[in-house]
Design a protein around this ligand. Structure first.
Ligand code: GLV
Ligand code: MG
Length: 326
């Protein structure tokens, strides 16, 4: 272990991050009644410029009037390069004091973006006497943000999670995409011909590098890495395939941009009973190994060692967190 201890952010269940446009009060009501772990009320890209001011009012009303218990509530503010952002921050804190858990900051590019927001949020919180400190969710969705992702992740003690904003990331990097967050068949490997001259096409995951890089930056700073949107909500299999890949890489959850994606993400990011039982067996075996003065033992014919303890503890911890929410 390094001498540098990684402080872990506020623990929060974040299997789903449900996006709901602030311009639609009916959707806000449905979001409050949903099963999502975290809901973000959007003032940014799901809201047209002419609707921004009304959406802000709707969001303040929703924060005050709807019952958000059992879930964490976030607002995605407008970008730092717009004239909406400062007023978003002031209104959602001043007019709904103490209601927000998180603020989602889009298109974070540099460490100074986070610093600027931290300063503004701190001032408004102080002015309103709000004691609960609002956490930050940072969307990594530009080439600049990805280039600076390590520094951004370390930029504020308010930081809780990094999110891969695949749609804007594709636009920023000028990537060639087909569906938001899905694969592109052009990104494939063609195998060499076998004896009969046959060649296979293996689709690759064009998002692998970006997601993996974000996961490392998040984990190195004690934050949660969360995979972003999958645009084709009529394709649950495609959604699950992408969510599986990001969970294998270390993501803790995924956005849902449609209610039908909430249960998919909740299910996928919930450890199965079999996994939890196995993790408990590993912990028992390692407890016995410690008593016997051993660092590594075999369980079911496979090597487990001290590194397995942390993984097993994480899994059991997550299962307990989920059980306590239920
Ligand atoms: C999310 O904001 C995205 O751009 O994918
Ligand atoms: Mg975006």
């Amino acid at each position: 272990m390094s001498f540098h201890i990684v402080e872990q952010c506020t623990a929060r269940l974040n299997r789903t991050e449900f996006a709901v446009p602030g311009s639609n009060p009916k959707f806000l009501e449905k979001a409050a009644a949903s099963n999502a772990d975290v809901v973000f009320l959007d003032l940014e890209d799901a809201v047209a410029p002419d609707d921004k001011v009304q959406a802000r009012k709707n969001v303040v009303e929703a924060l005050n009037d709807l019952d958000w218990s059992g879930k964490a509530i976030s607002v995605r503010i407008n970008g730092l390069d717009t004239h909406f952002m400062y007023q978003d921050v002031i209104d959602i804190i001043e007019k709904a004091p103490g209601k927000l858990d998180l603020i989602m900051i889009p298109k974070v590019g540099t460490v100074s973006d986070v610093y600027a927001l931290d300063m503004l949020v701190s001032q408004v919180e102080m002015a309103c006497g709000v004691e609960k400190k609002i956490g930050f969710e940072l969307i990594i969705e530009t080439a600049l943000g990805m280039a600076n992702v390590n520094e951004i992740a370390a930029a504020s003690p308010r930081n809780e999670s990094l999110h891969f904003g695949v749609a804007d990331y594709a636009a920023s990097t000028k990537a060639r995409t087909t569906v938001i967050g899905g694969p592109n068949p052009m990104y494939h490997v063609l195998t060499d011909a076998d004896d009969a001259g046959n060649r296979d096409v293996h689709w690759g995951d064009m998002w692998h590098y970006a997601v993996a890089r974000m996961v490392v930056a998040a984990r190195a700073n004690g934050l949660r890495p969360i995979d972003g949107p999958f645009g084709d909500f009529s394709d649950p299999d495609g959604y699950m395939a992408q969510a599986n890949r990001s969970s294998v890489l270390g993501c803790e959850g995924k956005w849902a941009i449609h209610p039908s994606q909430i249960d998919l993400a909740n299910g996928l990011f919930t450890p199965s009973e079999k996994e939890v039982t196995q993790a408990k067996r590993i912990l028992e075996a390692m407890e016995q190994a410690a008593k016997d003065g051993l660092g590594a033992v075999s369980l079911d014919g496979r090597l487990i060692d001290i590194a397995s303890i942390k993984q097993a503890e994480n899994l059991v911890g997550k299962a307990e967190q989920i059980a306590s929410r239920a």
